[in-house]
Design a protein around this ligand. Structure first.
Ligand code: ZN
Length: 333
């Protein structure tokens, strides 16, 4: 039995330098897909692209929820295959949105390299864009390699991100990601540095070297268990069942899930009103010339794919209706 509300669960392993989180996007994920599917210019995502975007969103939520930062985490893939651009954005309040631009056919079984790294020129970046940027401050950007040190192209997003976390963030990480048309989900287990404020395991008295990547036995055991989670299990089981199956022998501190207004949810800043204002600033002449060629003006949001339609009657209202009056003004009869 699982929840139809998107949720984020965090947990710690008692006395061990290991933390984890699970995200399940359901209603938020449905909204991402609905907006795209109802866009007459793009149509729905091809299943492999949908899978990639769902995994990007799940990973984005897991990463965003692990950092103390006020702003947007933006994961962006510039592809050299049929997927030209894929973007997933997660705000610190876990509001999220995603989009992708695709050219040409995406084979049904396409994996990451065929979609975005066909010629080895695909690029992936993670940007942290602070909400209140100081003058001259640049957003932080990390580059996620799409191939390993030996030039072998990563077959999945989780492979690329795991490599990135270890190389750039010096964090041992296990990441399992999966998405279908119902759910976009992810499990992340991470070793926490023993030194510093995040240290929860001081009392455990780890031996020398336990604070180095790959050298903490507790982490290695838990990571091994976490990595045994299959995509199928991640997509179909509820969070409590997953945690019980994987870690039934471990002492788990499971925090109350974040859901609803405190959890991951769809959020885009676009609205019909904003598009109205945009059309108004374009001018009556311009809008009428579009309407002379086609029945409606369609404006798609570049961040979520939502399409807004305006026919001749709507357009007439924009330019002659009461909206033209300054706020608070009254119509004089
Ligand atoms: Zn939008």
């Amino acid at each position: 039995m699982w929840n139809w509300m998107s949720e984020l669960h965090k947990f710690l392993f008692d006395g061990m330098p290991v933390r984890g989180s699970i995200v399940r996007l359901t209603d938020a994920w449905a909204e991402v897909q609905r907006r795209r599917a109802s866009n007459s210019e793009t149509g729905a995502y091809a299943p492999p692209v949908r899978e990639l975007l769902g995994e990007m969103l799940a990973a984005g939520v897991l990463m965003q929820s692990n950092i103390k930062f006020n702003g947007a985490l933006v994961m962006q893939v510039h592809g050299d295959g049929p997927v030209k651009l894929a973007v997933a954005e997660v705000q610190s309040d876990l509001g999220l949105r995603a989009t992708a631009s695709v050219q040409g056919e995406v084979p049904a079984q396409a994996r990451l390299p065929e979609m975005v790294n066909a010629g080895g020129a695909g690029r992936c970046a993670i940007t942290l864009d602070p909400k209140e940027r100081q003058p001259g401050q640049q957003p932080y950007q990390g580059v996620v390699p799409l191939q390993g040190a030996a030039g072998d192209r990563f077959q999945s997003l989780s492979q690329a991100l795991t490599f990135y976390m270890l190389q750039s963030e010096q964090l041992d990480t296990i990441l399992v990601l999966a998405a279908n048309d119902q759910v976009a989900a992810g499990l992340m287990v991470q070793r926490m540095p023993l030194q510093g404020e995040a240290n929860l395991a001081g009392a455990a008295g780890p031996g020398a070297g336990a604070d180095q990547n790959g050298h903490n036995e507790d982490y290695n055991r838990i990571a091994h268990l976490a990595a045994s989670l299959t995509r199928e299990e991640l997509l179909t089981l509820d969070v409590d069942t997953i945690l019980r199956r994987l870690f039934w022998e471990e002492k788990l501190l499971h925090f109350a899930p974040q859901q609803g207004a405190a959890g991951p949810r769809f959020a885009c800043t676009c609205s019909r009103e904003r598009v109205r204002n945009m059309l108004r600033s374009l001018g009556a002449e311009e809008v009428e010339s579009i309407l002379a060629e086609r029945e409606t003006v369609e404006v798609g949001c570049e961040f979520c794919g939502q399409q807004y339609h305006f026919d001749a009657v709507d357009a007439a209202q924009i330019f002659t209706g009461p909206a033209e009056l300054a706020p608070g003004a009254k119509t004089v009869q």
